[in-house]
Design a protein around this ligand. Structure first.
Ligand code: NAP
Length: 289
Protein backbone atom coordinates (compact mmCIF):
# COMPACT_ATOMS: atom_id res chain seq x y z
CA UNK A 1 0.00 0.00 0.00
CA UNK A 2 2.83 2.37 0.93
CA UNK A 3 4.48 1.30 -2.34
CA UNK A 4 1.45 2.47 -4.34
CA UNK A 5 1.57 5.93 -2.73
CA UNK A 6 5.33 6.04 -3.20
CA UNK A 7 4.88 5.24 -6.91
CA UNK A 8 2.24 7.98 -7.19
CA UNK A 9 4.63 10.57 -5.70
CA UNK A 10 7.56 9.46 -7.85
CA UNK A 11 5.37 9.68 -10.97
CA UNK A 12 4.35 13.20 -9.94
CA UNK A 13 8.01 14.20 -9.55
CA UNK A 14 8.88 12.79 -12.95
CA UNK A 15 6.38 15.21 -14.49
CA UNK A 16 7.99 18.20 -12.79
CA UNK A 17 10.80 20.10 -14.50
CA UNK A 18 14.43 19.49 -13.49
CA UNK A 19 15.13 20.30 -9.87
CA UNK A 20 17.70 23.06 -10.30
CA UNK A 21 19.96 23.93 -7.42
CA UNK A 22 17.43 23.42 -4.65
CA UNK A 23 16.20 19.83 -4.42
CA UNK A 24 13.63 18.96 -1.74
CA UNK A 25 15.38 18.89 1.64
CA UNK A 26 14.19 17.77 5.05
CA UNK A 27 16.00 18.55 8.30
CA UNK A 28 15.24 16.54 11.42
CA UNK A 29 16.28 18.02 14.77
CA UNK A 30 16.64 15.84 17.86
CA UNK A 31 17.96 16.45 21.35
CA UNK A 32 20.40 13.83 22.64
CA UNK A 33 22.49 11.17 20.94
CA UNK A 34 21.54 7.49 21.18
CA UNK A 35 17.89 8.15 22.09
CA UNK A 36 14.93 6.47 20.33
CA UNK A 37 15.03 9.55 18.08
CA UNK A 38 18.19 8.22 16.42
CA UNK A 39 16.11 5.25 15.27
CA UNK A 40 13.40 7.57 13.91
CA UNK A 41 16.02 9.63 12.10
CA UNK A 42 17.46 6.51 10.47
CA UNK A 43 13.97 5.53 9.29
CA UNK A 44 13.30 9.05 8.03
CA UNK A 45 16.55 9.02 6.06
CA UNK A 46 15.60 5.71 4.42
CA UNK A 47 12.20 6.97 3.33
CA UNK A 48 13.61 10.31 2.20
CA UNK A 49 16.08 8.52 -0.09
CA UNK A 50 13.26 6.46 -1.61
CA UNK A 51 11.20 9.57 -2.33
CA UNK A 52 13.97 11.77 -3.76
CA UNK A 53 14.24 13.98 -0.68
CA UNK A 54 17.61 15.04 0.74
CA UNK A 55 17.80 14.38 4.45
CA UNK A 56 19.85 15.93 7.22
CA UNK A 57 19.79 14.84 10.86
CA UNK A 58 20.84 17.40 13.47
CA UNK A 59 21.47 16.13 16.99
CA UNK A 60 21.78 18.85 19.60
CA UNK A 61 22.96 18.30 23.18
CA UNK A 62 20.29 16.76 25.40
CA UNK A 63 20.06 19.83 27.63
CA UNK A 64 19.83 22.47 24.91
CA UNK A 65 17.96 25.54 26.19
CA UNK A 66 14.77 26.93 24.72
CA UNK A 67 16.35 30.07 23.26
CA UNK A 68 19.18 28.15 21.56
CA UNK A 69 16.71 25.67 20.09
CA UNK A 70 14.40 28.44 18.95
CA UNK A 71 17.28 30.23 17.22
CA UNK A 72 18.36 27.02 15.48
CA UNK A 73 14.84 26.43 14.21
CA UNK A 74 14.54 30.04 13.13
CA UNK A 75 17.69 29.82 11.00
CA UNK A 76 16.54 26.53 9.39
CA UNK A 77 13.19 28.12 8.68
CA UNK A 78 14.84 31.11 7.02
CA UNK A 79 17.04 28.91 4.78
CA UNK A 80 15.48 28.70 1.29
CA UNK A 81 17.29 25.39 0.69
CA UNK A 82 15.33 23.76 3.54
CA UNK A 83 11.76 22.67 2.77
CA UNK A 84 10.77 20.83 5.90
CA UNK A 85 11.82 20.89 9.56
CA UNK A 86 10.98 18.13 12.02
CA UNK A 87 11.47 18.53 15.73
CA UNK A 88 11.58 15.14 17.43
CA UNK A 89 9.38 15.02 20.50
CA UNK A 90 8.46 14.66 23.34
CA UNK A 91 10.86 17.32 24.58
CA UNK A 92 12.08 17.58 28.17
CA UNK A 93 10.28 20.29 30.22
CA UNK A 94 10.20 23.26 30.21
CA UNK A 95 10.62 23.11 26.40
CA UNK A 96 7.25 23.55 24.74
CA UNK A 97 6.92 21.53 21.51
CA UNK A 98 3.77 23.32 20.33
CA UNK A 99 5.29 26.73 20.94
CA UNK A 100 8.51 25.82 19.10
CA UNK A 101 6.92 24.28 15.99
CA UNK A 102 4.41 27.11 15.81
CA UNK A 103 7.38 29.39 15.08
CA UNK A 104 8.04 27.60 11.77
CA UNK A 105 6.51 28.76 8.49
CA UNK A 106 3.39 26.65 7.90
CA UNK A 107 4.83 25.09 4.70
CA UNK A 108 7.99 23.95 6.50
CA UNK A 109 6.07 22.63 9.51
CA UNK A 110 5.91 19.24 7.78
CA UNK A 111 4.66 17.58 10.97
CA UNK A 112 1.58 19.77 10.47
CA UNK A 113 1.22 20.42 14.18
CA UNK A 114 1.92 24.15 14.56
CA UNK A 115 -0.83 26.65 15.34
CA UNK A 116 -1.32 27.85 11.74
CA UNK A 117 -1.61 24.33 10.33
CA UNK A 118 -3.97 23.22 13.07
CA UNK A 119 -6.05 26.38 12.59
CA UNK A 120 -6.22 25.88 8.82
CA UNK A 121 -7.41 22.33 9.32
CA UNK A 122 -10.12 23.48 11.73
CA UNK A 123 -11.15 26.11 9.17
CA UNK A 124 -11.44 23.44 6.46
CA UNK A 125 -8.42 24.73 4.50
CA UNK A 126 -5.63 22.30 5.37
CA UNK A 127 -2.06 22.92 4.26
CA UNK A 128 0.31 20.59 6.14
CA UNK A 129 -1.53 17.90 8.08
CA UNK A 130 0.17 15.33 10.37
CA UNK A 131 1.41 12.50 8.16
CA UNK A 132 -0.28 9.82 10.25
CA UNK A 133 -3.69 11.46 9.75
CA UNK A 134 -3.11 11.74 6.00
CA UNK A 135 -2.02 8.11 5.95
CA UNK A 136 -5.43 7.00 7.23
CA UNK A 137 -7.09 8.68 4.25
CA UNK A 138 -4.53 7.48 1.73
CA UNK A 139 -5.24 3.95 2.88
CA UNK A 140 -9.02 4.36 2.72
CA UNK A 141 -8.74 5.94 -0.75
CA UNK A 142 -6.53 3.08 -1.92
CA UNK A 143 -9.17 0.54 -0.93
CA UNK A 144 -11.96 2.74 -2.37
CA UNK A 145 -13.65 2.94 0.99
CA UNK A 146 -16.44 5.48 0.75
CA UNK A 147 -16.51 7.90 3.69
CA UNK A 148 -19.39 10.40 3.20
CA UNK A 149 -22.22 9.95 5.67
CA UNK A 150 -20.55 7.06 7.53
CA UNK A 151 -20.67 6.84 11.30
CA UNK A 152 -16.96 6.91 12.22
CA UNK A 153 -15.45 6.75 15.69
CA UNK A 154 -11.93 8.11 16.17
CA UNK A 155 -10.37 6.88 19.39
CA UNK A 156 -7.86 9.40 20.75
CA UNK A 157 -7.80 13.19 20.62
CA UNK A 158 -4.12 14.18 20.74
CA UNK A 159 -3.30 17.29 18.67
CA UNK A 160 -0.77 15.27 16.69
CA UNK A 161 -2.78 12.11 15.85
CA UNK A 162 -6.43 11.67 16.91
CA UNK A 163 -7.65 15.25 16.61
CA UNK A 164 -6.32 15.97 13.08
CA UNK A 165 -7.63 12.57 11.94
CA UNK A 166 -11.11 13.42 13.26
CA UNK A 167 -10.98 16.86 11.63
CA UNK A 168 -10.09 15.34 8.24
CA UNK A 169 -13.12 13.06 8.49
CA UNK A 170 -15.24 16.16 9.08
CA UNK A 171 -14.01 18.12 6.06
CA UNK A 172 -16.65 18.84 3.46
CA UNK A 173 -16.31 16.84 0.25
CA UNK A 174 -15.77 13.33 -1.06
CA UNK A 175 -12.79 12.48 1.16
CA UNK A 176 -14.67 13.54 4.30
CA UNK A 177 -18.29 14.27 5.18
CA UNK A 178 -18.31 11.53 7.79
CA UNK A 179 -20.44 11.63 10.93
CA UNK A 180 -17.65 11.68 13.49
CA UNK A 181 -17.52 10.77 17.15
CA UNK A 182 -14.26 11.33 19.03
CA UNK A 183 -13.73 9.09 22.05
CA UNK A 184 -10.97 9.30 24.65
CA UNK A 185 -9.91 8.16 28.09
CA UNK A 186 -12.88 9.89 29.77
CA UNK A 187 -15.50 8.45 27.41
CA UNK A 188 -18.21 6.63 29.35
CA UNK A 189 -19.04 3.15 28.06
CA UNK A 190 -16.44 3.18 25.33
CA UNK A 191 -17.52 -0.16 23.87
CA UNK A 192 -21.07 1.05 23.32
CA UNK A 193 -19.76 4.13 21.52
CA UNK A 194 -17.38 2.24 19.25
CA UNK A 195 -19.89 -0.52 18.44
CA UNK A 196 -22.12 2.04 16.72
CA UNK A 197 -19.45 2.88 14.15
CA UNK A 198 -19.07 1.39 10.69
CA UNK A 199 -15.44 2.49 10.82
CA UNK A 200 -13.28 2.67 13.94
CA UNK A 201 -9.93 4.47 13.76
CA UNK A 202 -7.94 3.73 16.86
CA UNK A 203 -5.18 6.15 17.87
CA UNK A 204 -4.58 5.21 21.50
CA UNK A 205 -1.67 2.85 22.14
CA UNK A 206 -3.46 0.28 24.33
CA UNK A 207 -3.06 -3.28 23.08
CA UNK A 208 -6.30 -5.26 23.09
CA UNK A 209 -8.54 -2.19 23.37
CA UNK A 210 -10.62 -3.33 20.37
CA UNK A 211 -12.19 -6.77 20.36
CA UNK A 212 -15.58 -8.31 19.61
CA UNK A 213 -17.20 -6.43 22.48
CA UNK A 214 -16.08 -3.01 21.26
CA UNK A 215 -16.38 -3.43 17.47
CA UNK A 216 -19.70 -3.98 15.70
CA UNK A 217 -19.97 -7.03 13.42
CA UNK A 218 -18.78 -6.16 9.90
CA UNK A 219 -17.24 -2.82 10.92
CA UNK A 220 -13.84 -1.83 9.52
CA UNK A 221 -10.92 -0.96 11.80
CA UNK A 222 -7.92 1.22 11.04
CA UNK A 223 -5.36 0.52 13.74
CA UNK A 224 -3.02 3.48 14.24
CA UNK A 225 -1.92 2.50 17.76
CA UNK A 226 1.62 1.25 18.32
CA UNK A 227 2.87 -0.39 21.49
CA UNK A 228 5.49 -2.97 22.38
CA UNK A 229 5.05 -6.05 24.51
CA UNK A 230 7.43 -8.80 25.55
CA UNK A 231 7.58 -11.62 23.00
CA UNK A 232 10.37 -14.20 23.10
CA UNK A 233 9.83 -14.99 19.39
CA UNK A 234 10.43 -11.41 18.21
CA UNK A 235 13.82 -9.77 17.57
CA UNK A 236 15.02 -8.13 20.80
CA UNK A 237 12.33 -9.99 22.75
CA UNK A 238 9.71 -7.32 22.03
CA UNK A 239 6.81 -7.35 19.56
CA UNK A 240 5.15 -4.28 18.08
CA UNK A 241 1.36 -4.44 18.43
CA UNK A 242 -1.62 -2.24 17.68
CA UNK A 243 -4.78 -1.41 19.64
CA UNK A 244 -6.87 -4.17 18.09
CA UNK A 245 -6.94 -7.80 19.11
CA UNK A 246 -6.38 -9.07 15.58
CA UNK A 247 -7.08 -12.70 16.50
CA UNK A 248 -10.46 -11.84 18.02
CA UNK A 249 -11.48 -9.66 15.06
CA UNK A 250 -10.49 -12.10 12.31
CA UNK A 251 -13.60 -13.17 10.37
CA UNK A 252 -15.69 -10.68 12.37
CA UNK A 253 -14.56 -7.19 11.29
CA UNK A 254 -14.90 -6.48 7.55
CA UNK A 255 -11.32 -5.15 7.44
CA UNK A 256 -8.47 -4.53 9.87
CA UNK A 257 -5.14 -2.86 9.13
CA UNK A 258 -2.19 -4.89 10.43
CA UNK A 259 0.39 -3.75 12.97
CA UNK A 260 3.20 -3.62 12.09
CA UNK A 261 3.04 -2.91 8.36
CA UNK A 262 -0.31 -1.12 8.07
CA UNK A 263 -0.48 2.62 8.75
CA UNK A 264 3.20 2.94 9.77
CA UNK A 265 4.88 2.74 6.34
CA UNK A 266 2.16 4.89 4.73
CA UNK A 267 2.82 7.52 7.42
CA UNK A 268 6.50 7.58 6.44
CA UNK A 269 5.57 8.17 2.80
CA UNK A 270 3.08 10.88 3.73
CA UNK A 271 5.75 12.71 5.71
CA UNK A 272 7.82 12.88 2.52
CA UNK A 273 4.71 13.99 0.62
CA UNK A 274 4.52 16.93 3.04
CA UNK A 275 8.14 17.83 2.24
CA UNK A 276 7.44 17.57 -1.50
CA UNK A 277 4.34 19.78 -1.02
CA UNK A 278 6.46 22.46 0.66
CA UNK A 279 9.12 22.20 -2.06
CA UNK A 280 6.58 22.32 -4.91
CA UNK A 281 5.04 25.44 -3.37
CA UNK A 282 8.47 27.08 -3.08
CA UNK A 283 9.25 26.19 -6.71
CA UNK A 284 5.81 27.29 -7.96
CA UNK A 285 4.96 23.81 -9.20
CA UNK A 286 1.45 23.50 -7.81
CA UNK A 287 -0.22 21.16 -5.40
CA UNK A 288 0.84 17.76 -4.12
CA UNK A 289 -2.27 15.65 -3.44
P1 NAP B 1 -1.25 10.17 23.16
O1 NAP B 1 -0.84 11.59 23.05
O2 NAP B 1 -0.84 9.37 24.35
O3 NAP B 1 -2.84 10.14 23.05
C1 NAP B 1 -3.55 8.96 23.28
C2 NAP B 1 -5.03 9.25 23.19
O4 NAP B 1 -5.73 8.07 23.53
C3 NAP B 1 -5.52 10.35 24.14
O5 NAP B 1 -6.45 11.18 23.49
C4 NAP B 1 -6.16 9.56 25.28
O6 NAP B 1 -7.25 10.22 25.89
C5 NAP B 1 -6.70 8.37 24.53
N1 NAP B 1 -6.84 7.22 25.41
C6 NAP B 1 -5.99 6.76 26.36
N2 NAP B 1 -6.47 5.67 26.96
C7 NAP B 1 -7.70 5.44 26.42
C8 NAP B 1 -8.68 4.47 26.62
N3 NAP B 1 -8.54 3.50 27.51
N4 NAP B 1 -9.80 4.54 25.89
C9 NAP B 1 -9.96 5.50 24.94
N5 NAP B 1 -9.04 6.46 24.69
C10 NAP B 1 -7.92 6.42 25.43
O7 NAP B 1 -0.74 9.35 21.91
P2 NAP B 1 -0.61 9.86 20.39
O8 NAP B 1 0.68 10.56 20.20
O9 NAP B 1 -1.87 10.50 20.00
O10 NAP B 1 -0.49 8.46 19.64
C11 NAP B 1 -1.55 7.53 19.68
C12 NAP B 1 -1.06 6.17 19.21
O11 NAP B 1 -0.73 6.27 17.83
C13 NAP B 1 0.21 5.69 19.92
O12 NAP B 1 0.15 4.31 20.08
C14 NAP B 1 1.31 6.05 18.93
O13 NAP B 1 2.45 5.21 19.07
C15 NAP B 1 0.59 5.78 17.63
N6 NAP B 1 1.16 6.45 16.46
C16 NAP B 1 1.36 5.69 15.37
C17 NAP B 1 1.88 6.26 14.24
C18 NAP B 1 2.10 5.40 13.04
O14 NAP B 1 2.81 5.80 12.13
N7 NAP B 1 1.48 4.23 12.97
C19 NAP B 1 2.23 7.61 14.23
C20 NAP B 1 1.98 8.38 15.35
C21 NAP B 1 1.44 7.79 16.48
P3 NAP B 1 -7.05 11.59 26.71
O15 NAP B 1 -6.96 12.67 25.70
O16 NAP B 1 -8.30 11.66 27.53
O17 NAP B 1 -5.81 11.43 27.53
Amino acid sequence: MAEARQAELLALQSRWPARGSRPPRLVSVALGEGTPFSVYQRQQRRWAERLGVRFEAIVLPEHTGGEVLKERLRSLDADPAVHGVLLQHPLPPPLDFFDLVSGLSPEKDVDGVGSVNLGRLVAGRPLQVPAVARAVFTLLRHYRYSIPGRPVVVLGRSETVGLPTALLFLLRGEGGDATVTVAHSRTRDLARTTRQAELVVSCVGHPGLLDRRSVGPGAAVVDVGLSTRPDPNSPGGMAVVGDADAEALRGYASALTPVPGGIGPVTSVELMANVLRSWALAEGLGAVP
